[in-house]
Design a protein around this ligand. Structure first.
Ligand code: PBE
Length: 267
């Protein structure tokens, strides 16, 4: 029924992702700060969320998801962010490379490479879309590297080739992090490193990095999204700074929905 409120049409449900992600914590805060008392946030995974989105769009039904950029969903569907006048999702977020505190001493060569790794949302978008269109994660990363040798040269400037040393990278299976982590892994492999990839939940990823069971992550969204995790483990971690600028997080809806702001969920 088109005359029903958005809340009634969606069962007052925001379709979310894994509970450990920063965007789910931010969305809980959105519920409080905007007084959306009768709304709930359904947890799941990125895959369940994008499946629900796909289904809703096919049926032209209303849906509200926790979304972020860069993400392939914006190339596949016509979507818009709901305005966030209270700024709960943060402004000027970036993705940082973070290493275990002891790693710089243990492997200054790999640290130099990791420190020099930067790329753009468009670069990441290309890899994500290739994977979404069916390329394997590894092949998408290899193809990007082959086509972007100028960038890889900057990352490897002054970095030596090695013979079989190991680097352990942890990541969460978010599309953005699958793309970046696989590209970094392939570039390190081209330098002669043996790279182990460990897929974990967000909390485990930071805990494992702090413990030293993993050496590095390229998946820390800062200053807001992963601030809790960074603060919890800050004595055990070294932040190498941003590897990608120009991210965004928020509530996302199909463009055919009439609402434009999180405030509109109240009615
Ligand atoms: N994300 C993608 C993550 C960071 C990367 C926005 C889903 C999060 O919310 O923690």
């Amino acid at each position: 029924d088109k005359n029903k409120s958005v809340g009634d049409q969606t069962n007052h449900t925001i379709t979310g992702i894994d509970p450990g992600s920063g965007i789910m914590k931010a969305t809980d805060k959105v519920i409080k700060d905007y007084n959306l008392n009768d709304w709930k946030v359904q947890s799941g995974s990125e895959a369940t969320m994008t499946a629900s989105l796909d289904k809703a769009i096919k049926n032209k039904k209303p849906i509200i998801i926790t979304g972020w950029t860069p993400h392939w969903m914006f190339s596949k569907y016509d979507l818009k962010y709901l305005k966030d006048p209270k700024g709960v999702y943060g402004k000027n977020e970036e993705i940082h490379t973070v290493i275990n505190k002891n790693f710089a001493k243990k492997d200054p060569n790999a640290t130099k490479f990791l420190d020099q790794f930067t790329w753009s949302p468009e670069d990441m978008g290309k890899v994500m879309l290739d994977i979404q269109n069916g390329k394997s994660e590894q092949n998408a990363a290899k193809a990007w590297i082959k086509a972007n040798q100028d960038k890889v040269k900057q990352w490897t400037n002054g970095v030596n080739k090695v013979n079989g040393k190991t680097v352990k990278l942890a990541y969460v299976s978010w599309a953005s992090e699958i793309a970046s982590t696989n590209v970094v892994a392939e570039a390190l492999r081209d330098l002669g490193y043996k790279v182990n990839l460990e897929q974990l939940g967000a909390g485990q990823m930071f805990a494992g990095l702090a413990k030293g069971s993993d050496d590095a992550i390229v998946a820390a969204w800062l200053p807001s999204t992963h601030a809790d995790y960074m603060n919890e483990f800050k004595n055990k971690l070294t932040d190498l700074g941003p590897n990608l600028k120009g991210t965004k997080l928020g509530l996302v809806v199909p463009k055919y929905m009439k609402i434009n702001s999180i405030e509109d969920l109240k009615t």
